[in-house]
Design a protein around this ligand. Structure first.
Ligand SMILES: Cc1cc2nc3c(=O)[nH]c(=O)nc-3n(C[C@H](O)[C@H](O)[C@H](O)COP(=O)(O)OP(=O)(O)OC[C@H]3O[C@@H](n4cnc5c(N)ncnc54)[C@H](O)[C@@H]3O)c2cc1C
Length: 405
């Protein structure tokens, strides 16, 4: 018994959609490092990527637990939502901190899938986990900003119309706190001249559509500033709990896929005249992975429950469940969201290992899909936030130990 009664109808319809995208589809794309456009189109047409957009802007106005159920089922089916998961949640920064005019201009198009907002430019080669030391700068020049600098690991930039960009508008030396002076710009990639914006694909361990992005005096209209200049770091932070919860859901889906495959193979594969799954040496790692997955799943549900309590706050704010602005940043529930992401990424990796071990040599064969999922699952111990950074967060915020960096 697991917690799948949660959003059962949504889960069933996601599973039906995913059945049309079997292992062979993903294997072919993986070999070519190609984008799963048909899969993304099918999710868009079904409305799944607009789950979190309030219905007043044309979205489904669903709670975060429903979005988590969608992503979990995609991964449980052996598919991969990384090509488009950011379309679900990157808009949260615009929703919470954008002006009414910006929301009216962009959110209906994003909800309908006409506009893709799934590129998120934070990480830079020189800053890494130390976000506030990023150097990409936007200088005000009349009615526009001129952006110069470089981002790395900007996933899906080639498959996005808009990019949410975190950059410095005041040099770090001139601000009292290093978190000040950072701003968020909504960059329209469709308008960008090639001489001012270069996107270079990065070939990675798995098929992920990640890129390097170079800005050379790229002009961005000042009206594309989200919220107040200099307060962008807080705006980005306010979206991180949703991201942690949704990535944790993908990890739980991956863990269930690995455990399902391992159990199936352990029951079928006969060595020494009996199923390998009869040996405790084979059973126990799978049973341990199942225990880890169930514990992580409970933490994920708790994080989603607290997130929804905080978002709803007992009232509907205009056709959707998501608070658009008001009481500062949404930092709740930081502890549970971080723990869910940490435990789910670990559980999925333990399940990947157990599944690989169970399959012996066949785990390495492309046609089993396991080696592909294995490569894909490893990412979430590193991105979007590394395990060490979560442990630092827990040490500082839950245990009140001194900040270590
Ligand atoms: C495939 C992929 C897709 C990505 N997509 C995006 C994206 O779309 N947009 C975006 O902005 N970024 C993206 N990222 C970047 C990702 O968020 C970072 O890789 C991640 O946050 C880690 O940063 P880093 O790689 O610079 O590692 P570093 O910060 O250089 O850290 C390296 C290692 O040292 C550890 N470490 C560093 N400092 C400390 C410390 N004080 N205490 C303990 N350990 C420490 C880290 O945990 C890590 O294990 C992506 C990355 C990958 C690999």
């Amino acid at each position: 018994m697991t917690l799948e009664s949660n959003h059962r109808d949504i889960r069933e319809s996601v599973a039906r959609l995913c059945a049309g995208f079997p292992g062979e589809y993903w294997r072919r794309l993986d070999r070519a490092r190609a984008y799963p456009q048909e899969f993304v189109d099918a999710l868009t047409a079904a409305g799944f990527l607009a789950a979190l957009i309030p219905d007043r802007y044309g979205g489904a106005g669903l709670p975060i637990s429903a979005a988590a159920a969608i992503l979990e089922e995609i991964h449980r089916a052996g598919c991969n939502a990384a090509a488009c998961h950011a379309q679900m949640y990157t808009m949260g920064t615009l929703l919470r901190h954008g002006s009414a005019a910006q929301k009216q201009k962009y959110l209906p198009g994003i909800a309908a899938g006409r506009l893709r907002l799934q590129a998120f430019g934070v990480t830079e080669p020189g800053s890494g986990s130390d976000t506030t030391s990023l150097r990409t700068a936007a200088r005000r020049d009349g009615g526009r900003y001129l952006v110069n600098g470089q981002k790395v690991w900007t996933s899906r930039a080639e498959h996005s119309d808009l990019m949410l960009l975190l950059c410095r508008t005041t040099p770090r030396e001139k601000v009292a706190k290093k978190t000040d002076g950072l701003s968020v710009l909504l960059v329209d990639l469709r308008d960008a001249p090639a001489k001012n914006l270069t996107i270079k694909p990065l070939r990675t361990m798995m098929n992920h559509a990640s890129t390097e992005v170079f800005f050379d005096d790229l002009a961005v209209p000042a009206e594309n500033l989200i919220g107040d200049e200099g307060r962008g770091f807080g705006y980005i932070l306010s979206g991180l709990n949703a991201e942690r919860i949704l990535i944790a859901a993908e990890c739980i889906g991956d863990a269930k896929w690995f455990i399902g495959k391992a159990v199936d193979y352990a029951g079928r594969r006969r060595v020494f005249g009996r199923p390998i799954g009869q040996n405790q040496g084979v059973q126990f790692p799978i049973a341990r992975a199942y225990a880890d997955m169930r514990a992580a799943e409970l933490m994920l549900r708790e994080a989603a429950r607290r997130y929804e309590m905080d978002e709803c706050d007992g009232r509907d704010n205009g056709g959707g469940r998501h608070r658009e602005s008001g009481r500062g940043y949404n930092h709740a529930p930081g502890e549970e969201s971080n723990l869910a992401k940490l435990l789910a990424a670990d559980a999925s990796w333990a399940a990947a290992e157990a599944c690989m071990e169970t399959h012996g040599g066949f785990g390495f064969a492309e046609e089993f899909d396991l080696e592909r999922k294995y490569r894909e699952a490893r990412l979430y111990r590193t991105a979007p936030v590394s395990t060490n950074m979560i442990l630092s967060y827990i040490a500082e915020h839950a245990l009140r130990l001194p900040r270590s960096y």
